[in-house]
Design a protein around this ligand. Structure first.
Ligand SMILES: [Mn+2]
Length: 306
């Protein structure tokens, strides 16, 4: 048994008492290029220990008020078929408190649909990604990292694909023919009118929503640690603007988020970007709820900061 994983080095509480549930998902079953994403959850959580508790944009320390629970990692068992493994994820995530903020740390992108289905029956999925991931099957399986958006589309969710810059011809056709798939290409987002329209769209969403971040949606000069890099991509500040508009939108009910497809690398820059995204998601989600917390009694209050 390896040592317990922690968020920002803070003590964990039990899953039924936690405000924030972090689920490590150590899976890279269908990697088609560079391996390593199964070790990302541990690397991202380790990188969180280098972050300040103070979140500079909203100017507060979320963990003074919140308790995290980093849940036991889920990994495939020996020779477990993909369908059985994904069913197990669905089952585990279904059992978690609907009130807490849920964030899955992958692992490859194929992990998204079963987490989503476990926490929302319908609604909008905002996916940051270089790729459309709308293949109906890839290398013989629908459980491929190239298929999650297709599986979500099939289950009736509305998709907002952001940062896309690599498409298969059939995917482009599918997007064109389906008004429930909304694409914001990386190139278009260079133009201010498209960018403003994306932010307006995120700000206008209502109802259940999920944020799925494939780390290759970002510029590979910011996040070199990905399996299938593509030139172009979102900047750090564009990423923050998207997070602020979506999670800051109090008309949505953020049912969960996931951060996927990271491959830890020696400079630690990639995992630090993912770690800070995790912190920003938590801060943005919790800040409007601060009135629910009468006193600062969170995990950070247990730590001697001197
Ligand atoms: Mn991708």
């Amino acid at each position: 048994m390896t040592e317990e994983l922690r968020f920002q080095g803070l003590p964990n509480t039990s899953s039924d008492k936690a405000d924030v549930l972090i689920q490590p998902l150590c899976y890279e079953g269908t990697v088609s290029n560079r391996p390593g994403t199964a070790s990302a959850p541990e690397a991202i959580l380790k990188a969180t220990s280098q972050l300040e508790f103070f979140e500079e944009d909203l100017a507060w320390s979320p963990m003074k008020y919140l308790w995290p629970a980093v849940l036991d990692p889920i990994a495939p068992m020996n020779e477990e078929p993909a369908a059985a493994f994904f069913n197990r994820i669905h089952q585990r995530v279904s059992e978690l408190s609907p009130k807490a903020l849920y964030i899955g740390l992958g692992g490859e992108h194929s992990l998204t649909p079963d987490q989503v289905r476990a926490r929302m029956d319908g609604g909008t999925i905002v996916i940051i990604d270089a790729h459309a991931d709308l293949r109906q099957t890839y290398q013989g399986t629908v459980y491929s990292h190239a298929c999650p958006a297709w599986r979500l589309h099939q289950s009736g969710y509305r998709l907002l694909l952001v940062g896309i810059r690599s498409l298969f011809e059939d995917e482009a056709r599918l997007i064109k023919d389906n008004p429930s798939i909304d694409i914001w290409s990386d190139r278009d987002l260079r133009h201010s009118e498209h960018w403003s329209r994306l932010l307006y769209t995120l700000d206008s969403l209502e109802g259940p929503a999920w944020l799925s971040i494939d780390m290759d949606g970002f510029d590979p000069s910011l996040v070199p640690g990905v399996g299938t890099p593509q030139p172009g991509g979102l900047s750090w500040h564009q990423g923050l603007d998207i997070l602020e508009k979506l999670i800051g939108n109090t008309s949505i009910d953020l049912r969960g988020a996931d951060i996927l497809e990271l491959i830890p690398e020696p400079s630690q820059v990639s995992q630090t970007v993912a770690a800070k995204l995790l912190q920003k998601i938590i801060s943005l989600w919790a800040h409007p709820r601060i009135e629910d917390f009468e006193h600062p009694q969170g995990a950070q209050m247990q730590v001697d900061l001197t």
